[in-house]
Design a binder for this molecule. Structure first.
Ligand code: SF4
Length: 89
């Protein structure tokens, strides 16, 4: 069976739907399979845990740190001179 971490169509309005994955379950499809409703859908306890998790300070991932450096260095004359010497005359 095709297993993916991507939420299903039925997850559309769920708070735990992070777009490319579910915050609670590894395979959202399995949660809906053979059930009328996912146990996490509209679950107040899970939603309160998720809100608490959102408020905790998180360590930045490598991708986020690289993006910050990239955004801080681009569009500066110093940066372009280091990449393309003689760019600014
Ligand atoms: S908790 Fe259930 S309904 Fe919500 S995103 Fe995850 S799988 Fe979908």
């Amino acid at each position: 069976m095709h297993r993916t971490s991507k939420p299903t169509r039925k997850c559309y309005s769920c708070l735990l739907n992070l777009g490319d994955r579910c915050w609670m379950y590894d395979c959202p499809h399995d949660q809906w399979h053979d059930r009328r409703k996912c146990p996490g859908f509209g679950n107040r306890e899970f939603y309160s845990q998720f809100r608490a998790w959102l408020e905790t300070p998180r360590r930045k991932s490598g991708r986020e740190r690289r993006r910050e450096v990239f955004l801080s260095t681009r569009h500066t004359e110093e940066h372009y001179n280091s990449v393309l010497p003689g760019w600014a005359r």
